[in-house]
Structures are given as C-alpha cells and as structure tokens.
Design a protein around this ligand. Sequence first.
Ligand SMILES: NC(=O)c1ccc[n+]([C@@H]2O[C@H](COP(=O)([O-])OP(=O)(O)OC[C@H]3O[C@@H](n4cnc5c(N)ncnc54)[C@H](O)[C@@H]3O)[C@@H](O)[C@H]2O)c1
Length: 421
Amino acid sequence: MTTIPYDVKDLGLAAEGNRRIEWAAREMPVLKQIRERFGKEKPLKGITVAACLHVTTETANLMLALRDGGAEVHLCASNPLSTQDDVAASLVADHGISTYAITGEDNETYYKHIDATLDAKPHMTMDDGADTVIRALTDRSEVLDGIIGGCEETTTGVIRLTSLADEGLLKYPIIAVNDADTKHFFDNRYGTGQSTLDGITRATNMLWAGKTVVVAGYGWCGRGVASRATGMGAKVVVTEINLIRALEAAMDGHQVLPMEQAARIADIIITVTGGMKAVDKKHFEDMKDGAVVANSGHFDVELDLPGLEELSESKREVRKFVEEYVLENGRKVYVLGQGRLINLAAAEGHPSAVMDMSFANQALCAEYIVNAASGLENKVYPVPKDIDEEVGKLKLHAMGIKIDTLTAEQYEYLHSWNIGT
Ligand SMILES: NC(=O)c1ccc[n+]([C@@H]2O[C@H](COP(=O)([O-])OP(=O)(O)OC[C@H]3O[C@@H](n4cnc5c(N)ncnc54)[C@H](O)[C@@H]3O)[C@@H](O)[C@H]2O)c1
C-alpha cells in the first residue's frame, strides 16, 4: 500500500507501465548517464520539484533521474489527453513518485492536479507550456517565496514566460530548455515530425501517399512534419506568416499558399504554429468534403473549433480520436483528438531517442538552478552553452559517432584575417 499522495486512473495498470518505462530507457542513454551520476552525487538533495509535463514513459525516466538526484518529485499532466495511465500508475506504485494525472481529465481536475503539485511547496517548477508558473503567479502566490527557479520545455511556454518577464510579472528565473540546440533542433523537428504522422495514422489509418497535406507553420515542428509527410509520399503545401520561413519552405520544395487557398485543396491539415486560429471558421467552411484536420501545436486554440461548431449542424465520434462535423453546406470535416496535440493524444508523443536529449537538458538545468539561482534575476534565461554541448557530446558518443577536430593550422586559419587570395 502506497502512502504518498496521488491521483491516477488505476494502480492495477502499473506492471504494464513499468515495462514500458524500462523499454523507453533503452533509447535514453544520455539521461541514463546523468541519472547514474545524480545517484552518486545527489545534486538535488532537499529540493522539491513540481513538474507539469506530458506523463509518458520518457517523462517517467526524467522523474526517476530527478528522484535519484535527491529530489522529492510531484508530477502532473501538462495536457488533459496526453497521460499514459499505466505510466502514471507505475510511477506511484513502483517508484513512489506522487503523480496526479488521468487521461481525459476535465479542466477542473487538470488544475486540481497542478494545485496538488504546488501543495508540496516546491522549490522548483518544471513546465511544458507554463501552466504551473502561471497558476502560481495568479492563484497560488503563497508558494512563490519558496521557489528558486524553473525550467520550461516548449516554444509556447517560453513565449508566455518571456511575455510575463517583459511585463515585470515573472517572480523567479526560468531556463528555456526548449531553446537549447540539442532540444529544438531534434525534439521539435524529428520528434514532432515523426510522432505527428504517427498520431494521425493511428487515429485514422489513412494512407499518406498521394494526399495533399497542408502544414500551417514552417518552424521547427513544421519543418519536421513537412519533411516526414513528403517522405510518406504526400504533396505538402505550407502556410506561413513569416516571409523567410515561407521562402525556406518554397526552396525545400513545398508549395506555399495562404490558408484561404490551401484549405480548399487539403486532404489533411496539420497546424504547428504556436498561435491561434491558424485554421479559422471561414477556412473550415471552404474545406473539401472529407478533409481531416489535426493540431500538433501546444494549445488547442490553433483550430477555431467554436467557429466550426457554429457552422455545423451535427457532430459525432466516428472512431476514437475522430470527430465528424457535418456542416450546414453539406460537407463533412473530421477533427482529430479534439484539436489537442495529436502526437500525444493519439500516439505516444516523441520517440524516446529525442526525448533523451530534451530531458537530459531538463535534468542538467535543474542541477544548474540549484547551483546558480541565487545569482539569477526574474527573467527567462537560455540553457548554458556548456550544458547544451555536453548533451550533444554524450548523444554523439552514445550513437557511436566520432567527429574530426581542427588541426592547429586549421584553427589558426579560422581565427585570422591574413590568408586570402
Ligand atoms: N506536438 C509536440 O509534441 C510539440 C513539440 C514541440 C513543440 N510543440 C509546439 O508546437 C508549436 C510550434 O513550435 P515550433 O518550435 O515549431 O515554433 P516556431 O516558432 O519555430 O514555429 C512556428 C511557426 O509558425 C508560424 N506561424 C505563426 N502563426 C502562423 C499562422 N497563423 N499561420 C501560419 N504560420 C504561422 C511562425 O511564423 C513560425 O515560423 C508550439 O506551440 C510548440 O510549443 C509541440
């Protein structure tokens, strides 16, 4: 009988969760090394962490690394649909980590779970989307005094926290883990690229080859989604609001169109903008009969679902994660995973091998906060370069890849001006 506080679906799922956590660990050699060092050095001793992350097998491995580093960890979900209930159960039953996450939880439960992590009086927050920081700032200000710093995992969270800092409202320093090269170059691009197609495939069992796939947003995630869809034989159309990214998409071989035109020809639309209403009411109205729409950006506001409701005369679930809207114009539009990140709602999120680097950054940044927080202001800071490079070095090593080093002559040339034509 466990005595720690928790709220999960069913502790009976723990054995399956534990097997899957172990399976993910096989692909996370960098985090494994950090966990082993943490186990010996205990750099997080005495630190309570409130973590609000997608409760997946990879996150479980991060929680174990923090726990072995001496931290008391309280984990809740950063999205109502992304929780893997077997993993949540195993964290509680097999590993003694307080976890508050149930897949499909409503908004009230979602915030009740964030509050449960704050009830533990954390010294540190670890967010994916900044909901814990914002909850602490807006409704739970009594916990702020005890918090020395936090880490943020995703682009949208970094945008929200930077905006708070700009307005002077941030009350403790944050490390923008998302912005490490060893995070967004790989996790956002290859992770979101692969897992978004995986989520849509699992939800629909659709063939990609020959489809017209519209990708809204050609940032780190969008590039990955577009390249993977191309690899599956789809014809990719990109929509953008940034002219350089639009140019890049065009020169990568994709057609670039405004959404107004793209929506009319799409078989599948995938939003990854980090913004709102990339697909708005008018776009829904103009879609072909049978168009499939999914979002892989952080929040569900990328699709104007209230607008779609207004256009629709009926709605029904036709398959798990697939809702059919019948529009007044007679056409049908299919929305996947209620517009929430489809790679985590309908699939398992990013493959462990990329989360290895993202979560290695998280673990090392947690250690950095303990050592450096007293010298930091209430701002959003980049991941220190040496941490980013250490993660890259360990990953290359784990993959068995060796690279060249500059000779003294080459070094000299690259740092001088006097050798020319
Ligand atoms: N699904 C996942 O697992 C996962 C993983 C990482 C990041 N994310 C989230 O995905 C989103 C995108 O992240 P990113 O790192 O690619 O960000 P990014 O800033 O690199 O890219 C976003 C792109 O969208 C474009 N854009 C903004 N509004 C637009 C609009 N209305 N129409 C078309 N293009 C528009 C921007 O110009 C930019 O090029 C964020 O919300 C991020 O938090 C999700």
